[in-house]
Design a protein around this ligand. Structure first.
Ligand code: A2P
Length: 284
């Protein structure tokens, strides 16, 4: 069936997630993030992605409240930051995020990074303990689905040794410039939906001539082509912008379809833009 602005993916627990989400990384707390989320909701996004570390959960929550949408009609994600390594701390962190967002539950809660520097000696055990809390939060209805972010195959396999719930999503840096095939395959193997943050390579791929040529062919922008590519691959793109016209444009991707040939060209671009950082070598 053709994709529309109302299309959703179904997670393995049956929860539906809108196919294009709105990214808020680097949207500053206060007016910037609030206005961006308000613009996004007006443009038709029904899926907002934030994180404790973005520092903008309060602004995101205010925008949702001000827009006045029924809770069940919006999908909200937040993430557990790298300084939380125990069951008890995770419990406090989720409660804090919910309070800032002004919500009783989030639709998706993620472990933000698999291997923070402070637990590099025992990340496996720490992730397993935190995951146990996330499973309980799921059971308690504080979250509707749970997942991971920036996890590579070895991190997924380690978590699955003790997990009762297989993660519902893996959110990774994913664009035509950084396709992370091994991580996508490792996620697919377990039915884990791949969410694409930085689907525009944080803006770095938008001048690539091949992408511009494809965009011109359809009367679309390179950003729209990159987002459409992500959708046609079955990913869940989360484009970020604080610019009204771009926010509107980035979800206007349902009136054209890339051909197999377009996709071949897009996938041959290689590392033309920003690439993902190695989670085992991150300095935080
Ligand atoms: P801004 O927020 O100032 O509008 P990504 O989603 O890959 O992380 O990319 C986000 C970056 O790309 C931001 O710098 C954002 O700028 C910029 N951006 C988002 N949408 C567009 C667009 N349609 N055209 C050009 N740049 C864009």
């Amino acid at each position: 069936m053709a994709l529309t602005i109302n299309s959703t993916y179904k997670l393995t627990n049956g929860v539906e997630i809108p196919t294009v989400g709105f990214g808020t990384w680097q949207a500053a707390d206060g007016t910037e993030a609030k206005n961006a989320v308000l613009d996004a909701l007006k443009a038709g996004y029904r899926h907002i992605d934030t994180a404790a570390i973005y520092g903008n959960e309060k602004a995101v929550g205010e925008a949702i409240a001000e827009f006045g949408i029924a809770r069940e009609d919006i999908f909200v994600t937040t993430k557990l930051w790298n300084d939380i390594h125990t069951y008890e701390a995770a419990k406090v962190a989720l409660a804090t995020s919910l309070e800032k967002l002004g919500l009783d539950y989030v639709d998706l809660y993620l472990i933000h990074w698999p291997n923070p520097i402070s637990i590099r000696h025992n990340w496996e055990e720490r992730n397993q303990e935190v995951w146990r809390y996330m499973e309980e939060a799921l059971e308690a209805g504080l979250v509707r689905s749970i997942g991971i972010s920036n996890f590579h195959e070895r991190h997924i396999d380690s978590l699955l040794k003790t997990a009762k719930v297989v993660p519902h999503v893996n959110q990774i840096h994913l664009s035509p410039s950084e396709m992370q095939p091994e991580v996508v395959a490792a996620s697919d193997k377990h039915g884990i939906l791949v969410q694409a943050y930085s689907p525009l390579g944080t803006g770095s791929i938008l001048q690539v001539p091949e992408l511009v040529a494809i965009a011109d062919k359809y009367g679309k922008t390179p950003a729209q082509v990159a987002i459409r590519w992500s959708l046609q691959k079955g990913y869940n793109p989360l484009p970020k912008s604080v610019t009204t016209s771009r926010i509107i444009g980035n979800i206007d991707v349902f009136d054209f379809e890339l051909t197999d040939e377009d996709i071949k060209i897009i996938e041959s671009l290689g590392g033309t833009g920003n690439v993902a950082s190695n989670p085992d070598e991150q300095g935080f």
